[in-house]
Design a protein around this ligand. Structure first.
Ligand code: GAL
Length: 386
């Protein structure tokens, strides 16, 4: 079984689900082939070479949305799982939002284990108190808060890590600038990448970057989170796996860290979902199906998610097992406008995403707003087939 959950809250979540599997299927050996690196940057490259060499893991982690449909389904690398959905009655408990994102031509291709929220602002409450700064709710309030913190001597009040975390930051600032409908329209072909609103979104992103740490490229997402816990930064924008990390290192909600939607994105839940697939010609097909059965079960999901920092994909969670943050995420998931994440595979296929990432790499170096917008528009125009 292949994933990128090797540490910092993530491995602990996976281990909790493996423990359920060990109870339900004591005779099956679980081989954990996880490859380290946040957001799967390294793991997905290793997976691609294994698939190319005809050496697939039995089951692997893939994001619901275009990552799944545009890559593994398009390349005919995974089996439809409708039979398992029928056997387990999953269509009754999985959210309607999710099924189309993991389906093609009435075939369902994966088992979602969770829903993560991407647009979360994490903050150190002591740092904010000392600076007299409130949790910002709009982009303007955010910039004012960052200015106040900087004026008070904190050079980099917003902690950031390696490039994918900059992409993550970018998508949340785009959502804040554009709003949910216009964000979604950029991906479904009805939006205009050359519009002045996109220019403004890029400008806001450039402005936010000014407050980030100079050593970002050398830091993981956990390192960036640690800067907030240590009071070396006030804020971090990261998916809610960050809470899994905060809890794992012993920090407590409310006193160690607080949270809110990324300023300007309140009422929107920018989501992603980790799901597991069944390889075509899986070397141990029955064992893989046993794993997928646990991954889709309420026992598996209620063991995994409270530790991982996500809410279950299933809608019948035992709420008593979840902490304060995750309960708030469950409520928001049920009431907010749901929009997809770019960095974590929902809205764009891999080739579109990789064009964007090349453009982003240049932008992080030169901050050329016009060139970046042209490159984003060109990447969209080159991806009409999605
Ligand atoms: C995401 C994944 C999350 C978490 C995060 C950081 O892509 O969906 O589960 O692992 O990367 O590694």
């Amino acid at each position: 079984m292949f994933s990128w959950w090797t540490g910092g809250g993530e491995a602990a979540g996976l281990d909790a689900m493996i423990a359920v599997f060990a109870e339900t299927d004591p005779n099956i050996e679980f081989i954990n082939s996880a490859v380290a690196g946040g957001a799967g940057t390294n793991a997905r490259a290793v997976l691609a070479s294994r698939l190319q060499a005809n050496d697939p893991p039995d089951s692997w982690q893939g994001h619901a949305g275009w990552e799944l449909i545009g890559t593994y389904v398009a390349a005919d690398q995974i089996e439809p799982l409708n039979f398992l959905y029928d056997e387990e009655g999953w269509l009754d408990v999985m959210p309607d939002t999710l099924i189309p994102l993991i389906s093609k031509d009435d075939n369902i291709y994966s088992v979602p284990v969770n829903i993560h929220r991407a647009n979360v602002l994490w903050a150190n409450p002591t740092v904010l108190d000392e600076a007299g700064v409130e949790m910002p709710e709009t982009l303007d309030e955010f910039f004012t808060a960052l200015d106040t913190l900087q004026a008070g001597g904190m050079d980099a009040p917003l902690a950031m890590g390696e490039q994918w975390t900059a992409e993550h930051l970018m998508e949340t600032i785009f959502l804040a600038s554009l709003g949910g409908d216009a964000w979604t329209a950029l991906w479904d072909g009805t939006g205009d990448w050359e519009a002045p609103e996109v220019t403004e979104a890029i400008e806001n992103f450039a402005k936010v970057l000014v407050y980030t740490n100079a050593d970002a490229t050398g830091l993981s997402w956990q390192d960036a989170g640690q800067l907030v816990l240590d009071g070396d930064a006030a804020f971090n924008i990261m998916g809610d796996w960050q809470e899994g990390f905060f809890r794992e290192v012993g920090s407590a909600p409310g006193t160690g860290y607080i949270w809110g939607p990324v300023p300007g994105t309140g009422g929107n839940f920018q989501f992603l979902s980790d799901s597991f697939v069944l390889a075509k010609n899986a070397p141990h097909r029955d064992a893989a199906i046993a794993w997928l059965t646990v991954a889709g079960s309420s026992d598996g999901q209620d063991a995994f998610n409270p530790v991982k920092g996500s809410i279950p994909a299933r809608n019948d969670a035992d709420r008593s097992l979840y902490g304060e943050y995750l309960l708030s995420a469950m409520d928001d998931w049920a009431s907010d406008t749901v929009v997809g994440s770019l960095t974590h595979g929902v809205v764009a296929n891999d080739s579109w995403k990789s064009e964007l990432e090349t453009a982003l790499g240049l932008f992080l170096g030169d901050q050329n707003v016009e060139a970046f917008q042209m490159a984003l528009a060109a990447a969209a125009a080159a991806s009409p087939s999605q």
